[in-house]
Design a protein around this ligand. Structure first.
Ligand SMILES: [Zn+2]
Length: 398
């Protein structure tokens, strides 16, 4: 039997799906081979055994015995090297004499995907603190709670992730960020917020920069305002001169000077109209100045409260303080809400059907929407040594 295999011959037994037994040799069964190809294609597309099973059964394919496919039989097909023309023997692969159904590259890709099968969150009890907040910097997609089951000697272990949804909708290669370990990013964000809540000078610098940026944004309008006002003043001055000139000169000059005066008045009217418009825009565009004191209070209240509440309530508290978190390869940006009345408006938590709901006085709480941006750079450092991580404040206004 060993010899048969090492010569690349099929050793008999159950004929693999997609082949038929012709004189003790494997030959392709065209109809079932279509099913094999479909299974590989669907799995590559969906990266999910459950979804592959659903679709292949929907398409009407049946197993050799005429049954519908289960996840186990699909997984067996996906990892069987027989489909790339090989025969396995004692963990070694030998070239078979039968024809391949699947190209080797496709088979290898499926193997790599089978190893990192990250399943979407189902009935997992674990609260994902950053649910709905994480966004992938590379493609802008939301990063959604997911988990994978890792087979270990002691048994199976859950590993939790936030996964870029682009890799769910398209394929695994469609975004290079792919996923981030949930424990690690949650710990990181919590620690970072705790640290900066004690770091007055960093917050002050950050807020100053945001306010400066705001001023800068308005500066073209302010420039225009100044320019218009100057021209109006100039006209007023000219009018004054002309009027006094008029009172001292003789009547023959009257019509010319009057014409000039009316022209100036006309221009002034237009300028005043423009000025009014510019002032309105400034009023509309300018926001209240941020105060470092309030940002610090927000953070401290958040950290205090975080320690008091139950795990399953924590995601709601995160959503209250944080607008979003942009997760990139080299930096992580956090947009915080600016909440002048954080403690007064702090959401009350109540249990409802086992899950926490955030309400204040029965109303859903929506934080006043004033984003600021704190950039946390150098993720590679974070991965090895959190203490060496340097916070560098950036500024950003949506
Ligand atoms: Zn992405």
């Amino acid at each position: 039997m060993q010899q048969r295999r090492e010569k690349g011959l099929w050793n008999g037994g159950l004929v693999p799906y997609g082949y038929k037994n012709v004189d003790k040799k494997l030959e392709i069964d065209e109809k079932d081979a279509e099913g094999v190809k479909k299974i590989f294609q669907i799995f590559l597309e969906t990266q999910s055994l459950a979804e592959t099973r659903r679709r292949i059964n929907q398409l009407g394919y049946k197993t050799r015995k005429g049954n519908i496919f289960c996840k186990g039989s699909i997984d067996n097909i996906l990892r069987n090297p027989i489909y790339i023309g090989k025969i396995e023997h004692k963990g070694k692969l030998f070239d078979g004499i039968h024809k391949a159904i699947i190209p080797e590259a496709m088979f290898l890709k499926v193997q790599s995907l089978r190893r990192i099968q990250i399943r979407p969150e189902t009935k997992i009890k674990r609260p994902f603190l950053l649910r709905g907040l994480l966004k992938c910097q590379e493609c802008g997609s939301v990063m959604t709670p997911s988990y994978t089951l890792k087979q270990e000697k002691k048994g199976r272990r859950y590993i939790y992730y936030y996964r870029c949804t682009k890799t769910c909708k398209h394929d695994w290669q469609s975004c290079s960020i792919k996923y981030v370990n949930a424990n690690r990013i949650e710990e990181f964000i919590t620690k970072k917020l705790t640290n900066i809540s004690k770091d007055e000078s960093t917050i002050e610098k950050l807020v100053r920069r945001i306010n400066q940026d705001e001023e800068q944004r308005l500066s073209p309008l302010r420039e225009k305002e100044k320019h218009l006002q100057a021209r109006i003043d100039e006209i007023d001055c000219k009018v004054k001169k002309l009027v006094s000139f008029l009172s001292e000169s003789d009547d023959r000059l009257f019509p010319t000077v009057k014409k000039e005066l009316s022209g100036l008045e006309q221009e002034k009217k237009i300028l005043e109209f423009d000025l009014e418009g510019v002032r309105l825009s400034i009023q509309k565009e300018s926001k209240e100045k941020f105060e470092a004191k309030i940002v610090l209070e927000n953070l401290r209240n958040f950290i205090d409260r975080l320690q008091e509440i139950k795990d399953e309530e924590k995601p709601y508290l995160f959503q209250y303080l944080i607008k979003d978190i942009i997760y990139g390869k080299d930096e992580i940006g956090v947009n915080l809400f600016y909440l002048p009345n954080f403690r007064a408006n702090l959401p009350k938590h109540r249990q409802s059907g086992g899950t926490a709901r955030v309400t204040a006085g029965g109303e859903p709480v929506l934080p006043s929407f004033v984003p600021s941006y704190i950039g946390l750079k150098n993720r590679s450092r974070w991965l090895h040594n959190q203490n060496r991580f340097k916070l560098s404040p950036l500024f950003y206004l949506a």
